[in-house]
Design a protein around this ligand. Structure first.
Ligand code: UDP
Ligand code: MG
Length: 340
């Protein structure tokens, strides 16, 4: 009988925290309990950890992270020099974790997302999925206002051609190779939930009920939410610019009609002197200006897409010698076959 070396995947749970001293002890408790069960159930490696990213908190968040780190080998931390915002803090954690993990789960500190779902994420990872999206089943715990604005946002994004998963925030699992490819997206306007689906790779979804915040209040006031939504739209779509061009076209067409009307009026002698030329120029110049503006916008849109330096393709499988080594180390299904 052949003997196999069993390799369990190293999991890192990345948690961005901004002024979360009120929830942190409970979050630490729940996530470490979770990790311990997963380790003893032989689903993940014993070196799996939780990585708290302190996003420049003004309260005792970092001191807490340090003391939890001192008392438990399962807790690690990363401190950002200043408040970089949720998306940047999350990316910092993901990029750090990717260097030593086989898979990474991202979750908010406030325990709104069901931590028990992480187990399902890992099971899916063992089945061979690279990305597992946590999808909120219902939003009944959100305020009416938040629910309506969020739904409107998803609709708008989709109508603008941005592919995002309905009711998915940033609670997801990503494998090492997807994170390595995410790193190639060198963009400043981060909108991770729009970027991750662009990667491709075998993906699946897990549904859960979103709870209320365990403690403390939302760090996402309406102002930040609107800025985030606007960022999401403008980072993924040039439709607003195209809108200007279309308007210009319509006005231009209208100016031709208005011109004909004015000229006919002039011939029939119904117009006041000077009116024809005035109306003609107003419509014509207005239309031409908007058209020109839209045209310039089109070019700016192109430049904007260029400067993003987005990778044009993502390699999922590679049969060359170096690629094959890579496959053997990181393919989730490969790890499963040896652990069963
Ligand atoms: N957060 C962060 N930096 C910020 C704002 C928020 O790291 O500038 C973290 C916060 O600690 C939490 C997560 O992002 O873990 C989501 O924030 P929150 O729960 O306040 O947002 P909501 O669920 O209300 O949209
Ligand atoms: Mg929250």
């Amino acid at each position: 009988m052949e003997t196999r070396i069993v390799v369990y995947p190293v999991l890192t749970i990345v948690v961005p925290c901004y002024n979360e001293e009120e929830v942190l002890p409970e979050t630490v408790f729940q996530l470490t309990t979770m990790l311990q069960t997963l380790i003893s159930d032989k689903l993940i490696a014993t070196t799996s950890t939780v990585l708290f990213v302190d996003d420049g908190s003004k309260d005792a968040t970092w001191t807490l992270i340090e003391s939890f780190h001192d008392s438990s080998p399962l807790i690690t931390g990363l401190k950002l020099a200043r408040n970089a915002g949720h998306q940047s803090a999350l990316l910092a954690g993901l990029m750090k974790a990717k260097t030593y993990s086989d898979c990474v789960v991202s979750i908010d500190a406030d325990l709104q997302d069901d931590t028990s779902v992480i187990r399902e994420f890992i099971v899916k990872f063992h089945e061979g999925y690279d990305i597992v999206y946590g999808i909120r089943q219902d939003r009944s715990t959100d305020t009416f206002f938040k629910r309506v604005t969020a739904q409107g946002f998803y609709r708008l994004m989709n109508s603008l051609g941005v592919k995002i998963h309905y009711n998915h925030a940033d609670f997801r699992l990503m494998s090492k190779r997807t994170l390595e490819n995410l790193e190639k997206f060198q963009e400043v306007n981060l909108f991770l939930r729009g970027m991750v689906p662009l990667l491709g790779f075998p993906s699946t979804q897990v549904y859960y009920d979103r709870k209320e915040r365990f403690a403390g209040e939302s760090k996402y006031p309406l102002r930040k939410m609107l800025a985030f939504a606007f960022d999401g739209i403008t980072s993924f779509s040039v439709t607003p610019i195209r809108f200007v061009t279309i308007m210009g076209f319509l006005l231009f067409a209208l100016s031709v009609v208005a011109g004909l009307y004015a000229i006919v009026g002039k011939i029939l002698g119904a117009n006041v002197t000077g009116w024809t030329s005035l109306v003609l120029s107003v419509w014509f110049i207005g239309g031409v200006q908007l058209l020109a503006l839209g045209l310039i916008g089109e070019y700016i849109g192109k430049i904007y897409k260029e400067v993003k330096h987005r990778p044009l393709f993502v390699i999922e499988k590679d049969l060359t010698a170096t690629g094959r080594d890579h496959e053997l180390v990181h393919t989730p299904s490969n790890q499963v076959s040896s652990s069963r």
